[in-house]
Design a protein around this ligand. Structure first.
Ligand code: CA
Length: 471
């Protein structure tokens, strides 16, 4: 009898501790942010103290991959839980019309299950800068949110020191140019002049509002930097004088074994950038990253100050990576490591901080966070629950990650196979992590290549079987 009473007391006490209150979710997504720019991923120049601190408090994933190396399809994929191959969501779309009205997005799943869901700025796709200067919704999915806010900002139409650092030989054109160029502005004024500054301010305001709310929240905060144009308050440029900027090593012949196709055309030569323009671009990218970092710090301080840190899961990531001159390449779309790998930090209160080298995909966030919040994982989605990795970083859920851009990447722990149909690249990621030697035509690796091709084929078959018909 006494044991029974004790047991009941124990169950009551545990439910008060654990089940009595649902955890909140704070999802922060940056735009075009490569992991190589962050201190917690080994960058020694770019200053990111707030993101680095978050990394020491949660699990830092060193092998997390996006499912598409450009904004629209990557965001549609992670928000709806489908590979772009299955949903056919590409370009300027939220993914809603492709997956259909009967499927729930990640945020919508939380909204339907008792959460207050909110979006600030770019979570689904928005055109940067056009949707930002207009303050418009972009390719949003209104069904996903209980409330949604856009953060209108001036982008390049701000006063400050403006430069166009690509497609501008000799720097003869003054000011900034077309939106696809590396346009840089070291802006006058404070953080709040800019879209991202307003985004962080709104997040702080909502966190104060939510602290007295009955419901738990799912708050998605999207920053648009370091997506071009590289516009940030000038104080963030100050730590990066041009003389301190170090470009990635230039290896003679590095481009020779990279297939020349639409995935790989964003080169220094095609952008017509001289050395100082390359360094200026890197400097402005770092300034933009430090700007985002400061804003992440502002939001986390508010989370702490409102007493919600201990019951909020915090996730920080980006929609894809970016080349910053590696292989003399710039920007996204490529399916090389710099572009396909994403920074990913998941910080769950009460779980031990860790660095996890197991493979993960952005598409895994939807099921994983559902699991962490005791919500049912919808049977139709294609991501995997990787919450086990947060308890033990040695846990492995995937033997390969799949990404796509203008081509397909299959990444296993030791190999990277970049498939463009008629051509490809194969890298030994253990011996050659920076992908300098393409082994695709080397007969000594024919067997490895055949294995990777077969694995990719199997993976694509598996994905197409688990199509949109499932529930
Ligand atoms: Ca992007």
């Amino acid at each position: 009898m006494i044991y029974r009473s004790l047991l009941i007391l124990f169950v009551l006490f545990s439910s008060l501790l654990n089940g009595g209150e649902k955890q909140n979710v704070l999802f922060i997504i940056s735009d075009d942010l490569t992991s190589t720019a962050l201190g917690c991923y080994g960058n020694t120049l770019c200053k990111t103290p707030n993101i680095d601190r978050l990394a020491t408090q949660g699990t830092l994933f060193t092998r997390a991959y996006c499912q598409a190396t450009f904004c629209g399809p990557s965001r549609a994929s992670l928000m709806f839980g489908y590979y772009p191959y299955a949903s056919k969501a590409s370009g300027y779309t939220s993914g809603r019309k492709e997956v259909g009205e009967d499927k729930d997005s990640w945020a919508q799943h939380f909204k339907k299950n008792g959460y207050h869901s909110a979006r600030i700025s770019k979570v689904f796709h928005m055109g940067v800068p056009p949707d930002i200067t207009k303050g418009s919704d972009g390719a949003d999915d209104p069904e996903s949110w209980s409330e949604a806010y856009n953060s209108k900002g001036p982008e390049t139409k701000v006063s400050g020191l403006a430069e166009q650092l690509s497609n501008n030989p000799g720097g003869l054109k003054k000011g900034t140019g077309s939106s696809q160029s590396f346009n840089v502005v070291a802006a006058e004024g404070d953080d709040l002049v800019h879209s991202d500054g307003k985004t962080a301010q709104k997040a702080v305001e909502l966190l104060h509002k939510y602290k007295d709310m009955e419901k738990p929240f799912f708050l998605a905060v999207g920053f648009v930097r370091p997506h071009v144009p590289l516009v940030a308050p000038k104080k963030y440029f100050a730590p990066y004088p041009l003389g301190k900027i170090v470009l990635p090593p230039k290896i003679p012949g590095d481009q020779d074994d990279i297939p020349q196709n639409s995935a790989n055309k964003r080169t220094t030569a095609n952008y017509k950038m001289d050395l100082n323009q390359q360094k200026g671009t890197l400097r402005a990218y770092y300034a933009s990253v430090s700007f985002v970092d400061a804003l992440v710090g502002k939001i986390l301080t508010a989370l702490e100050a409102t007493g919600q840190r201990d019951n909020t899961i915090v996730i920080f990531t980006s929609d894809h990576g970016y080349h910053l001159g590696e292989h003399d390449m710039w920007q996204k779309v490529s399916i090389h490591e710099e572009s396909a790998k994403v920074p990913l930090i998941i910080c769950v209160p009460g779980k031990k901080p860790a660095v996890c080298h197991s493979l993960a995909e952005l598409i895994d966030l939807y099921p994983t966070v559902s699991k962490l919040c005791d919500l049912k994982i919808p049977g139709n989605i294609q991501g995997k629950d990787i919450s086990g990795m947060l308890d033990d970083p040695a846990v492995k859920v995937r033997d390969a990650a799949l990404s796509s851009g203008k081509g397909r990447l299959l990444r296993t722990e030791n190999w990277a196979f970049l498939d463009y149909g008629k051509s490809g690249e194969l890298y030994d990621m253990e011996k050659d992590p920076k992908q300098y030697v393409n082994l695709i035509d080397n007969p000594a690796y024919a067997e490895t290549l055949a294995t990777m091709k077969a694995k990719l084929k199997d993976k694509l078959t598996e994905i197409s079987k688990n199509d949109l018909g499932g529930k």
